[in-house]
Design a protein around this ligand. Sequence first.
Ligand SMILES: *[C@@H]1O[C@H](CO)[C@@H](O)[C@H](O)[C@H]1NC(C)=O
Ligand SMILES: *[C@@H]1O[C@H](CO)[C@@H](O)[C@H](O)[C@H]1NC(C)=O
Ligand SMILES: *[C@@H]1O[C@H](CO)[C@@H](O)[C@H](O)[C@H]1NC(C)=O
Ligand SMILES: *[C@@H]1O[C@H](CO)[C@@H](O)[C@H](O)[C@H]1NC(C)=O
Ligand SMILES: *[C@@H]1O[C@H](CO)[C@@H](O)[C@H](O)[C@H]1NC(C)=O
Ligand SMILES: *[C@@H]1O[C@H](CO)[C@@H](O)[C@H](O)[C@H]1NC(C)=O
Ligand SMILES: *[C@@H]1O[C@H](CO)[C@@H](O)[C@H](O)[C@H]1NC(C)=O
Ligand SMILES: *[C@@H]1O[C@H](CO)[C@@H](O)[C@H](O)[C@H]1NC(C)=O
Ligand SMILES: *[C@@H]1O[C@H](CO)[C@@H](O)[C@H](O)[C@H]1NC(C)=O
Length: 269
Amino acid sequence: MLPYFGFLLLLKSLTAEGCTANQSSTATLTATEDSRLLGNGTVSPPFNSTCQWNITAPGGKVLSIDARIFFFNRACGDEYLKIHDGPSESSSLIAEYCSLNVSFSIIKFSSSDRSVWIETKRGPLYSNSFFLIFYKAIPFEECSLNTTLNASLSPVEHNFSSPYWPLGYHLSTTCGWYITAPENHSVVLHLKYKLSMDSLEIYDVEGSATSLVARFTARVPGRLYRATIYSKFRRLYILFKSNVKTVDTDERFYASYSAITPKCSFNTT
Ligand SMILES: *[C@@H]1O[C@H](CO)[C@@H](O)[C@H](O)[C@H]1NC(C)=O
Ligand SMILES: *[C@@H]1O[C@H](CO)[C@@H](O)[C@H](O)[C@H]1NC(C)=O
Ligand SMILES: *[C@@H]1O[C@H](CO)[C@@H](O)[C@H](O)[C@H]1NC(C)=O
Ligand SMILES: *[C@@H]1O[C@H](CO)[C@@H](O)[C@H](O)[C@H]1NC(C)=O
Ligand SMILES: *[C@@H]1O[C@H](CO)[C@@H](O)[C@H](O)[C@H]1NC(C)=O
Ligand SMILES: *[C@@H]1O[C@H](CO)[C@@H](O)[C@H](O)[C@H]1NC(C)=O
Ligand SMILES: *[C@@H]1O[C@H](CO)[C@@H](O)[C@H](O)[C@H]1NC(C)=O
Ligand SMILES: *[C@@H]1O[C@H](CO)[C@@H](O)[C@H](O)[C@H]1NC(C)=O
Ligand SMILES: *[C@@H]1O[C@H](CO)[C@@H](O)[C@H](O)[C@H]1NC(C)=O
């Protein structure tokens, strides 16, 4: 039902961006802080068309993309949807949909720089493929390997998360956090995470020595998990690593932490 309704909407809405039947077009869009739908409506590629969108965020910002892709299961020469992390079709290809027999995909990410390039092609054959791509500009967030945090005595909690939480982060992100409790205390860390391809590693730190305590990855995609970790010493190091995304992902984590009187065990659920 939706695809057909969308198709009616699209003819009008896509005209503004130049994407029409029997044509190739390139539209240049500037993102704002308000979330916008590419094509200004439910989008199905027009008959016999190639459409490109060059979306750019203002200086100091990046793009947050939330894409839902339906079908695109014809041969790649006839029909596709491609998403590049950068300002042209030669920028790194991070998602490509064609000749797949999946019916629905979801991908959430932030651009590494200011632009994202999206391209659709549809041939002369019947198609019920369509896509909803939301984009908005968000402030750039630093992701350092070496952020230092101090834990306050429980029940005071502080928090940190994957970059741009709860939005998607950019590709190949690696970030690290040291958390230190006051002398004679240990750190308690509460995690909420969705991690299937990407991973979170927790290390006990004693002086310059570190030892791996737990690793969270390869969980059921899209499902939210929780874990609680107690440090053995005063410090924990948390290392977050994301792989290049070429498949469907909706991954992220959120952590809160505080300092408690020592416990020499950890426990996960
Ligand atoms: C696209 O081209 C075909 C054949 O060239 C024509 O029949 C059709 O009306 C055209 N569609 C539009 C929307 O211009
Ligand atoms: C597709 O569009 C091109 C122009 O971009 C036109 O020359 C060609 O005839 C069209 N094909 C069909 C099947 O309509
Ligand atoms: C987008 O759609 C809204 C309402 O559907 C309309 O008011 C607005 O003019 C459209 N914008 C463009 C650029 O087509
Ligand atoms: C896309 O837009 C950006 C910003 O306006 C521009 O720098 C870049 O050259 C554009 N890409 C292409 C291929 O024109
Ligand atoms: C997808 O394609 C593969 C290989 O052609 C086939 O084995 C599988 O059954 C298909 N799955 C669906 C849901 O159609
Ligand atoms: C981490 O930060 C400390 C100072 O806060 C610095 O001495 C150290 O070199 C940094 N390590 C890395 C890998 O950046
Ligand atoms: C953490 O505590 C140390 C020692 O009390 C202090 O030097 C440092 O500035 C604090 N760091 C942060 C990020 O609050
Ligand atoms: C995380 O901490 C910040 C302050 O550091 C606070 O403003 C925010 O509400 C906290 N978020 C949650 C979900 O607790
Ligand atoms: C930490 O524990 C040791 C041994 O119990 C004690 O001597 C020291 O005073 C304690 N330090 C603080 C800051 O409480």
